[in-house]
Design a protein around this ligand. Sequence first.
Ligand SMILES: Nc1nc2c(ncn2[C@@H]2O[C@H](COP(=O)(O)OP(=O)(O)O)[C@@H](O)[C@H]2O)c(=O)[nH]1
Ligand SMILES: [Mg+2]
Length: 448
Amino acid sequence: MFEFIQEKLNKALASLSGKGVLTETDVDTALRELRLGLLEADVALPAVKQLLGAVREKAVGEAVLRGVNPGQQVVKIVYDEVVAMLGAPAELNLNAAPPAVLLLCGLQGGGKTTTAGKLAKWLKEKHSKSVVMASLDVYRPAAIQQLAVLAERVGVPVLQSESTHVPERTTQALAFAKSHSADVLILDTAGRTDIDEALLAELKAVHATAKPVATLLVADGQTGQVAAQVAKTFNETVPLTGLVLTRMDGDARGGAALSMRVVSGKPILFLGMGEKLEALDVFRPEGIAGRILGQGDVVALVQKVQAAVAEDDTAKIEQKILKGGMLDFNDLLKQLKMMQRMGGMSGLLDLLPGMGALKAKVGEEKLAEKLNDKVIKRQQAIVLSMTIAERKKPDLLNGKRRLRIARGAGVEVSEVNKLVKMLEGLNQMAKLMKGGNLSALKAMFTGR
Ligand SMILES: Nc1nc2c(ncn2[C@@H]2O[C@H](COP(=O)(O)OP(=O)(O)O)[C@@H](O)[C@H]2O)c(=O)[nH]1
Ligand SMILES: [Mg+2]
């Protein structure tokens, strides 16, 4: 759907390229199109509202980049916001005295039984857990058999019981897990085609007896907005710890993921990617965000905008140098952020004037080692611990101030000193750039 949206956005915003910043009118034009598109993609209204509100706040007043059009720029902001709303990946927490009980719930046909088998395999093979399973779906004899077949294929024990009484089976399941000294007991439950009181009451009782450390709602990712309501209702019955979205191998656009996350406030842990036992993916927000917004196109676009931001920042710094200005810590911070975005030194080096030759001389590996991600993060922390005045006027940094900054950033003073030196080096480099004095540049990067 998003190729379509993007086209509309581009048309709506085509006339804006010449302007300096994204205005309210520009952004609102873009967001109107976006709103329709998101609703079409079956994103629930509360999620749409939250997303558009956040995008509006970020986009209005943003400087228009060269090299991309404003529509693309807004899409990038939307993408970042979708990723943020989907939340950081959360882990399945099974920290409990064994057997840790993992309870799966959801509507009928959502994929609970299949997911039980997938999780058993994942826990057994990827995490070396001893797993047992039990079905509490007494309403369909075939359901108990279905879990038994999956258990056999994975090679884990499954509760064998004739009982059709759910509380009794629950107690049996716990005893069964103990007798096997299992690390994890996976409980598969019954579902209905619709949420009803009886189903919820039964689930509540199972939850009270089994005291699961993890309760996952398994829902069909193709159902869109419905899934969000389901998540909300189940969460009001038993405290969910996370969500599993199934049938994400189909043409589901992922609107359900965003809706469920926002409406329930629970993290998505896994995606079902097919009927096979190994078709289980650990959830990654970037993948789903790209999908909600139209697959690889958006990912490529995001990279393009990132590159444009980098170019823009570099251009500004270049201009400053050309005008004979001294670089300050704000410039350095921009460079550090850019390095991080570019995911390493080599991309950055290509962007900086004269750097290709330097790269050849010093060796890419040596530079990468000097400027790896961890170092960059610490350097950013140092700049962020400075006052606004200090960032603008590096000369202010006497010993006392450096000590305070080091404490604030949680680093040694020597690291602050190094960063001050680095800025001095950059300023020297700026002067020498014309002369092509490579040995000075080399000294700056190697610290010698
Ligand atoms: N394509 C696809 N099918 C799935 C996925 N998960 C489950 N299914 C299928 O959906 C149907 C219902 O799944 P089931 O586990 O029995 O759902 P339950 O009623 O919640 O236990 C079965 O035919 C499964 O093979 C998935 O991630 N992708
Ligand atoms: Mg089932």
